[in-house]
Write a protein that binds this ligand. Structure first.
Ligand SMILES: Cc1cc2nc3c(=O)[nH]c(=O)nc-3n(C[C@H](O)[C@H](O)[C@H](O)COP(=O)(O)O)c2cc1C
Ligand SMILES: O=C(O)C(=O)c1ccccc1
Length: 358
């Protein structure tokens, strides 16, 4: 362990903030900034965490919650806890094994890893870890190539498609501009962007993406499809009418539209618009078991973590990611006990109060 001041700290990180400090000490500052940063003034990066800080718990007592059961089922997959691994690009920048290490940790911990389209390991090798995988897709303007990537994810055994819809263009990330960071170092590529000839394509953001493309995608695959990056309740209602299978309330960790609403603040209206017809997931700023508890109490079926997984990878590869997942599992279990709740299904909005500032 190495905290921000560079002095040695014994033992494993007690929380994800300590882990972040340790990761910072180990990563190339350019890569630390790529992982940490967001778009513009990073208002939305900060807002995601600040939204959790404005929520307080109103626990129940004398509930006899001796044993808590954190397991849930999502689109047919039983997982150990309502915490998944969000899709993040370029894991080999954090650890030489890259996504292979992340996948082993997710499999051991019994949760779903969402593989990024910008993964630096091939999805077939990531799948060899044996855990449940979903595949994140940036639909490309080339429809044939997009369909071939979907086929590849299906063949590798991914059990759902997570379509990122908050990125019609790439967000403007000033830290990366300052460093001139735009590309992977030599020897690393986005392995899932290889076409039939073996050439690696650049990932394109498609400003032309629209609902018609979702209809097209619906016909390309029988996998469940979730939309990632929905904040507006009107889009949530449209997603239901277009036959989607799930929603992920996300602002891309504040890396796309700076000034976008914090995900926790967007969640209640999306949950109301969906009216129980689809599972609604959330990511952005989840750092503690109590954050998971709050998101679920406000209507999320599960949450995902992005940056903490990269910190774990940087500090200890698969063991570091496992530590992140174990910390969140233990922290959620304790929070449920202290709130008098036996499991995710018992969480209701009456356990959460919102204050004006944290
Ligand atoms: C370094 C980094 C890379 C990311 N890459 C992707 C990606 O390839 N595809 C995607 O849909 N989202 C990507 N995201 C967004 C995450 O899936 C997720 O929405 C966000 O990180 C959640 O917020 P958190 O980091 O506060 O947990 C990335 C986020 C980070 C920090
Ligand atoms: O950094 C990101 O947030 C991201 O989504 C991404 C996508 C493609 C390539 C690199 C990063």
């Amino acid at each position: 362990m190495r905290p921000l001041d560079g002095t040695a700290l014994d033992g494993p990180a007690l929380n994800l903030a300590e882990l972040a400090a340790d990761a910072r000490g180990r990563l190339d500052p350019v890569h630390w900034d790529f992982f940490t940063g967001g778009a513009g003034e990073e208002r939305t990066v900060r807002a995601n965490e600040a939204a959790f800080a404005r929520r307080y718990l109103v626990p129940r007592v004398l509930r006899g919650a001796v044993r808590r059961d954190l397991r849930i089922s999502l689109l047919g997959t039983r997982i150990s806890m309502p915490v998944l691994i969000a899709p993040t690009a370029f894991h080999r920048l954090a650890h030489p094994e890259g996504e292979l290490a992340t996948a082993r940790a997710a499999a051991e911990a019994g949760t779903i890893m969402v593989v990024s389209m910008a993964a630096t390991r091939p999805v077939e090798q990531i799948a060899a870890a044996g855990g449940p995988l979903w595949f994140q897709l940036y639909p490309q303007a080339d429809l044939d190539f997009t369909a071939s990537v979907v086929r590849r994810a299906e063949a590798a055994g991914c059990s759902a498609l997570v379509v990122t819809v908050d990125s019609p263009v790439f967000g403007r990330r000033e830290r990366d501009l300052r460093h001139g960071f735009a590309d992977l170092p030599p020897g690393m590529v986005c392995e899932n962007m290889r076409d039939a000839s073996g050439r690696v394509r650049d990932i394109g953001m498609d400003a032309g993406l629209d609902w018609a493309r979702i209809t097209w995608l619906r016909e390309v695959t029988r996998l469940p499809i979730l939309l990632k990056g929905v904040l507006h309740p009107a889009d949530a209602a449209l997603a239901v009418s277009y036959g989607l299978d799930g929603l992920l309330v996300s602002n891309h960790g504040g890396r796309q539209l700076d000034g976008a609403l914090a995900t926790l603040d967007a969640l209640p209206a999306v949950v109301e618009a969906v009216g129980g017809r689809l599972p609604v997931l959330l990511d952005g700023g989840v750092r503690r078991g109590t954050d998971v508890l709050v998101a679920l109490a406000l209507g999320a079926s599960a949450v995902l973590v992005g940056r903490p997984v990269l910190w774990g990878l940087a500090v200890g590869g698969a063991a570091g990611v496992r530590h992140v997942l174990d910390l969140l599992h233990a922290d959620l279990d304790r929070a449920l006990a202290l709130a008098g709740v036996t499991g995710p299904a018992d969480l209701r909005g009456d356990l959460v109060a919102t204050v004006a500032c944290g």
